[in-house]
Design a protein around this ligand. Structure first.
Ligand SMILES: CC/C=C\C/C=C\C/C=C\C/C=C\C=C\C(=O)SCCNC(=O)CCNC(=O)[C@H](O)C(C)(C)COP(=O)(O)OP(=O)(O)OC[C@H]1O[C@@H](n2cnc3c(N)ncnc32)[C@H](O)[C@@H]1OP(=O)(O)O
Ligand SMILES: NC(=O)C1=CN([C@@H]2O[C@H](COP(=O)(O)OP(=O)(O)OC[C@H]3O[C@@H](n4cnc5c(N)ncnc54)[C@H](OP(=O)(O)O)[C@@H]3O)[C@@H](O)[C@H]2O)C=CC1
Length: 330
């Protein structure tokens, strides 16, 4: 089944005919993505029940997607949650659904994190409802794919205001009040793997998420003395309407994305919710300043310049090795 054509012994002109996935991996029994069978996602809450009893958690953007999943897990583990974002109707629906499943109160508070006054009023409301939170998850974000030459100043400002300024306003407002009240807390920011590498076509998001990471690493160093921990989770792709409808609106890129993930599948909201719960819990009380990449291996897969060689079959390797061994000198 080997279909390597040696047009010359030069590596660059070696033409390896791309076979269909099943034929390509025939000799190893692996189909594209079938390695996902080795990595089944577990959906149930990982921490002991009651791990968040008597604890208050604020989750920005907690009405939808990953924020909703984090809220559901924290609530199931005993936390009283507050979810905050712009759309009050969405928040209220989520709050009612989760409360009715877990028996623990979820509060919905309207807040546009871009507006520092709105953030301050939101924190007033939170103080009145539950007191200052023990757990703060900065998860709210805005993003869309767009060639940078098409971005208007307001498009840039919109994304960076939500992601960087929004996270800063929420973190600083709560931080100051927690310090005044001598209360410790766990802060978690949800960023993305390209906060580290940068990425074309999502440049405002990449720039703002990198800023969030700098903010959280800096505060981890500065505010430990007040009992505050700061950590970061960088998720890889996890299907949510909010992300996928703005980053891959036609679905054209999904297969290629899954193919490059070494674990062969997308992450699930429940998986990131378990990680966020652990990082925010007292089991992680020694964790601060951490940046946790949670992406099924996508980042390293994209980074290594020889990783495309995964598509070379064992038979093709025999031929390549023979060629390489035949080479003498430079
Ligand atoms: C190859 C990739 C393959 C697959 C990818 C699939 C999956 C994902 C994998 C990884 C994901 C990694 C990171 C993900 C990070 C995320 O943050 S995902 C979360 C996304 N969720 C959201 O964005 C929810 C909230 N978003 C919104 O409310 C809007 O989208 C918003 C535009 C961000 C804000 O809405 P608002 O109403 O405040 O703003 P507008 O007034 O509508 O717009 C403000 C200005 O922006 C300009 N704009 C808006 N949309 C676009 C666009 N698509 N292209 C260009 N410009 C846009 C708009 O015109 C305004 O500017 P102006 O006209 O100059 O005034
Ligand atoms: N899903 C994925 O593959 C990945 C997601 N991420 C990150 O995960 C997080 C969650 O994303 P995901 O769940 O996928 O997407 P969603 O779109 O579902 O979540 C974004 C949330 O942010 C809220 N939000 C947006 N703008 C504002 C604002 N101005 N003020 C307050 N809240 C706001 C939205 O609520 P509302 O509209 O009511 O304001 C929404 O609930 C984000 O930080 C995202 O960057 C990172 C990498 C991959």
């Amino acid at each position: 089944t080997c279909q390597v054509h040696f047009e010359s012994s030069n590596w660059k002109s070696l033409s390896i005919k791309r076979l269909t996935d099943s034929r390509l991996h025939g000799s190893t029994g692996l189909r594209s993505g079938s390695q996902a069978n080795f990595f089944p996602p577990l959906e149930d809450a990982m921490l002991p029940s009651g791990s968040f009893n008597n604890r208050m958690a604020l989750i920005t953007g907690g009405g939808t997607g990953l924020g909703r999943a984090m809220t559901a897990t924290l609530s199931q583990l005993g936390a009283q949650c507050i979810i905050a974002s712009r759309k009050l109707d969405v928040l209220q629906r989520t709050a009612e659904e989760i409360s009715s499943q877990t028996g623990n109160k979820v509060h919905a508070v309207q807040c546009d994190v871009r507006d520092p006054q709105a953030v301050s009023q939101c924190v007033d409301q939170i103080e009145a409802l539950t007191g200052l939170p023990d757990v703060i998850i900065n998860n709210a974000a805005g993003n869309f794919v767009c060639p940078s030459e098409r971005l208007s100043p307001n498009a840039w400002k919109t994304i960076t205001d939500i992601v960087l300024n929004g996270t800063a306003f929420v973190t600083l407002e709560l931080g100051k009040r927690l310090i005044q009240n001598q209360k410790g807390a766990s802060f978690l920011a949800i960023t993305t793997i390209y906060a580290e590498s940068g990425s074309g076509f999502v440049v405002p998001s990449a720039s703002a998420k990198a800023g969030v990471e700098a903010l959280y690493k800096s505060l981890a160093a500065e505010w430990g003395r007040y009992g505050h921990r700061f950590n970061i989770i960088q998720p890889g792709p996890i299907r949510t309407k909010g992300a996928f409808s703005r980053l891959d609106p036609t679905g054209a890129f999904e297969k290629a994305m899954i193919d490059r993930i070494p674990t062969g599948r997308l992450g699930t909201p429940a998986e990131i919710a378990n990680l966020a719960a652990y990082v925010s819990s007292n089991y992680a009380s020694w964790m601060s300043g951490a940046v946790i990449r949670f992406d099924g291996g996508e980042y390293v897969s994209l980074a290594g310049e020889f990783n495309e060689l995964r598509s070379v079959t064992p038979d093709q390797w025999k031929l390549l090795e023979a060629m390489i061994r035949k080479t003498k000198g430079s």
